[in-house]
Structures are given as structure tokens and as C-alpha cells.
Design a protein around this ligand. Structure first.
Ligand code: SF4
Ligand code: SF4
Length: 470
């Protein structure tokens, strides 16, 4: 069995000790231009996330993923189970898009837009700093005996964490069932919505667990995207990288030493201050190279830039760069691999666009009524009974007309005489079709039925008219 080399970062994870116990991370507070830009961007994302359930497009929600009722709305477009093929293609486009993006720009998504990073670093972590102070104070508080002050701080922090997790859980639930349904769950007596309440409590506990305890482990253990990184990145991908050519050999900066003397002695720009490690939320040392645990949060870039400012060196010892960029000074290159991914993405995108463009607002199916036989009428005509199912994918009421287009005959909708489908609903009607024996074939006669709405033909249905064999 191979023994663990604790001096080699590849042999163990930064968040576990030699006994395999979790090492709690105390990342230091970070300040700098990237953090500032990420903060603004995260406010925008949080605004979209929290207002999203209330935004409607043509009366439909911005996003609704109601798995239980199999109702999906994306950007105001309603998708039904019948549209699953579009969903499957959209998922493929999404997956290939991620591959292309990651190959070119590494884990930019993780650092800037992933909800886990945004909520953890920009909301929960900031609350923790506000209540417990920076990393050294947090460490000291955690190791201190229980006092009224410690109890108050912990209770306040976890109370706020739970309230926020409850809010986040409710937002997620409103993306699943819609905010009106959620409002009903909140305002109705609890006994009437036990399942909904169960989900609400479950989501709140889940998010509280993730943001209060589980934290960076969601990225390093659970998230499959991080695991894919080693497959997708190549030497031209832009990642958060330490410029080892410029930084090595590391060594502390001596006040008695000028930069010229330092360089002459073989030292680089890295002054071995470890600030880049101290701010890292996943506990890694980016100077060891690109690692799976790196979520590209840019904290080490800001920390190192601050150090470079103080030492009078140029910023960017840790920066967005590719391996080739650092080793050979090459800018981002358009590689054949990237071109191949882009071609696949373009093809899938075109297929998806066409599917969305050709997708009709109404979908109809016709089936012969189960157990029914053809009948001969007193005038000699034959009749067959059918069941027509019409799905209205729009958010407006849809009167639908069925016309028998081939062969000539009559088509009557039983009951009300017409089909009107409520918004986002489906309707099932019995339809009686009569044919003159002169136009019938022996056994089965092919039928063509046109489906019309608002004066436009939306669909053509084909079925068979059963009659006697000659
Ligand atoms: S912050 Fe910069 S100078 Fe300090 S150890 Fe990290 S890379 Fe070296
Ligand atoms: S190495 Fe730098 S960019 Fe990567 S997670 Fe740590 S601090 Fe963030």
C-alpha cells in the first residue's frame, strides 16, 4: 500500500488532517478589484434569483420547473411532456456549451456565477465576518470556552443563517411550483399542504446544512463539474494561475535587500507571505499549480496583487492565464479541439432553434375510441368514433376546429359541438366521422384531419377509418 506523502499536495486533500478528520477552513477576508467586481456581479445575480419567480413574460413565469405536474416554463415559453425532445436537445446544447466554455475559460462560471459560490462567499461568509470578525477572531472564538458573548454571537449567526436558508429554500420552491402556490402554502392552514411544507422545511435545512457546515465540500466532493475539469482543461485554457517563471524562487523579502539584489540572489517576485493560501476558501496553495479544488474565486489574485503593491512589484503574479501563456507568453489560442466543440455546439444550437421555431402552440392526437366498432347509418353511410386530445401550450384560451380533409365526409365533435381548450390545459373530445361507402376502401381507409386555430392550420392528423371488407 502506498503511504501518503504529506508534503505532496497531490497525495491528500487540503481540508482533511492526517486522521481523515475535516479541517475547518478559516479563509481571511479579501479586498481587491476582483472581489469588488464579483460583489457587484453577485448583487445582480441575487437580484435576478430573488425576483425571478415574480417576473412574467406574456403571463407565464420566467422559469418554472414543476416536475410533479410535468409543467415546465423557460423564458415564458411553456413546455409540455410532449416537448421532452426539445428539452433533451436543450440539455445537450447546455452540456456542450459548458465544455466549450470550460475548455476556453476554465472554471470562470464557478468563481463568478455559481449559486453555491455566490451565496457562500458573497452572502453567508460576509455575515460571518460581520458577526465573528476575520479569520483569526473566528478561530479564537471557536476555540474559546462557552460564554454569554460566544453564545450570543453563535446564536445570532446561526439564526440569520437559518432565516436566509429558509428564504433561499422558498425561492427554490417557487421556481418549482410557482410563487402563487407557495403563497397558498404559507397562508393556508398547515394541514392542507403537508407535502409542500415538508419540501419547504427540507430545502431550508438542506441549505442551512450546506452554507453553515458543508461549505467548500460541496465544490470539492459533490459537484461533478469540478471533477470534469481535468478532462476539459488543456494548456491553452484560461485559469487562475501562479506565474512560476516570475515568482520562483520564493523567499521572504528582506528590508536590507533591493529587488536587484534579490533577483541577483536567484529569488523571484513571490515573497512567500502565504497570503494567497490564507484567503483561499478551499485551503489550497495555487502556487502548486492548477488543482481540482480551485473554484476560481479570484481571492488569491486579489491577495497577491495587494502584496505586489506593497512590495512595489507589478500586479498579476497570480492572474488569469493559460499554461502556454505563462511558459511561452502565448495569448488564448483557437485550438482544433475548441473548433470541434464549437462546430458541435453550432449544429446542436441550430437544431434547437429550428425545433423551437417549428414547435406549434397546439398539439393534437387522434385515436379510435377504445372498444368501438364501425356502424352503418340508416342512409347507408358508415361511421367511426374517435377520441381527439388537444393540448393548448399557450396562456390564452384556444378554440380549435377539426376539418376532415381527405376523403370527403363529415366530422362532428360530440357534446358541445366545438373544442375550446383552456390556457395551458388539455381537452379530450369524442369525434364522430361519417363516410360515404363510395369513398371507402376495403377494410381501412386512410383519413386526414386538419387542426385549425385562429384561422391557421396548426397540425395534420392521420388515422384510419375502419369499414367492412369487400
Ligand atoms: S500572495 Fe503572492 S507573494 Fe504572497 S505567497 Fe502568494 S504568490 Fe507569493
Ligand atoms: S486557489 Fe485562488 S482562485 Fe482557487 S479557490 Fe483558492 S483562492 Fe480561489
Amino acid at each position: 500500500m502506498k503511504t501518503v506523502d504529506w508534503s505532496d499536495f497531490r497525495d491528500h486533500i487540503a481540508t482533511a488532517d492526517r486522521e481523515g478528520r475535516r479541517k475547518w477552513m478559516y479563509p481571511r477576508q479579501v479586498h481587491g478589484r476582483f472581489f469588488r467586481w464579483r460583489t457587484w456581479f453577485s448583487w445582480l445575480l441575487l437580484l435576478i434569483m430573488f425576483t425571478g419567480p415574480f417576473i412574467t413574460i406574456r403571463g407565464n413565469p420566467l422559469l418554472l420547473l414543476n416536475i410533479v405536474e410535468r409543467k415546465f416554463v423557460v423564458l415564458g415559453q411553456i413546455f409540455w411532456p410532449q416537448d421532452m425532445i426539445i428539452f433533451a436537445v436543450a440539455l445537450l446544447v447546455f452540456a456542450v456549451g459548458i465544455i466549450v466554455f470550460t475548455t476556453a475559460f476554465g472554471r470562470l462560471w464557478c468563481g463568478w456565477a455559481c449559486p453555491q459560490t455566490v451565496m457562500m462567499e458573497m452572502v453567508f461568509r460576509k455575515i460571518e465576518y460581520a458577526i465573528e470578525g476575520d479569520a483569526p477572531s473566528q478561530r479564537e472564538l471557536n476555540h474559546a470556552p462557552w460564554t454569554a458573548r460566544k453564545f450570543f454571537k453563535k446564536a445570532l449567526k446561526h439564526g440569520i443563517f437559518f432565516a436566509l436558508s429558509f428564504a433561499v429554500g422558498n425561492v427554490l420552491l417557487s421556481y418549482l411550483i410557482g410563487w402563487r402556490e407557495l403563497y397558498q402554502i404559507i397562508t393556508d392552514p398547515p394541514a392542507r399542504h403537508l407535502t409542500g411544507l415538508g419540501f419547504m422545511i427540507g430545502f431550508s435545512l438542506l441549505f442551512y446544512g450546506i452554507f453553515a457546515r458543508f461549505r467548500e465540500q460541496a465544490c470539492t466532493f459533490i459537484c461533478p463539474y469540478g471533477r470534469l475539469q481535468s478532462l476539459l482543461l488543456d494548456e491553452n485554457s484560461i485559469v487562475v494561475a501562479y506565474d512560476h517563471k516570475r515568482g520562483e524562487k520564493r523567499g521572504p523579502l528582506r528590508h536590507s535587500q533591493t529587488f536587484g539584489q534579490r533577483r541577483f540572489a536567484g529569488f523571484g517576485d513571490c515573497v512567500a507571505c502565504n497570503q494567497c493560501v490564507a484567503v483561499c476558501p478551499t485551503g489550497i496553495d495555487i502556487r502548486d499549480g492548477t488543482q481540482m479544488e480551485c473554484v476560481h474565486c479570484t481571492a488569491c489574485m486579489d491577495a497577491c496583487d495587494t502584496v505586489m503593491d506593497k512590495t512595489g512589484s507589478q500586479r498579476g503574479l497570480i492572474r488569469y492565464a493559460s499554461l502556454n501563456g505563462i511558459e511561452r507568453g502565448q495569448p488564448l489560442r483557437f485550438t482544433p479541439r475548441l473548433a470541434g466543440y464549437l462546430v458541435v455546439l453550432a449544429v446542436l444550437g441550430t437544431v434547437l432553434g429550428l425545433m423551437l421555431y417549428l414547435r406549434s402552440d397546439v398539439e393534437a392526437t387522434v385515436l379510435r375510441a377504445p372498444g368501438s366498432l364501425f356502424q352503418q347509418m340508416p342512409d347507408g353511410h358508415f361511421s367511426n368514433l374517435y377520441t381527439v386530445r388537444v393540448v393548448n401550450k399557450t396562456s390564452r384560451e384556444m378554440p380549435v376546429e377539426l376539418r376532415l380533409e381527405n376523403p370527403a365526409g363529415s366530422l362532428n365533435v360530440m357534446g358541445q359541438g366545438s373544442i375550446v381548450v383552456a390556457p395551458q390545459q388539455h381537452a379530450e373530445n369524442s369525434v364522430l366521422i361519417e363516410l360515404d361507402p363510395a369513398v371507402m376502401k376495403s377494410g381501412a381507409t386512410p383519413l386526414v384531419i386538419g387542426v385549425y386555430a385562429e384561422g391557421k392550420k396548426l397540425e395534420t392528423l392521420k388515422t384510419a377509418f375502419i369499414g367492412p371488407r369487400n
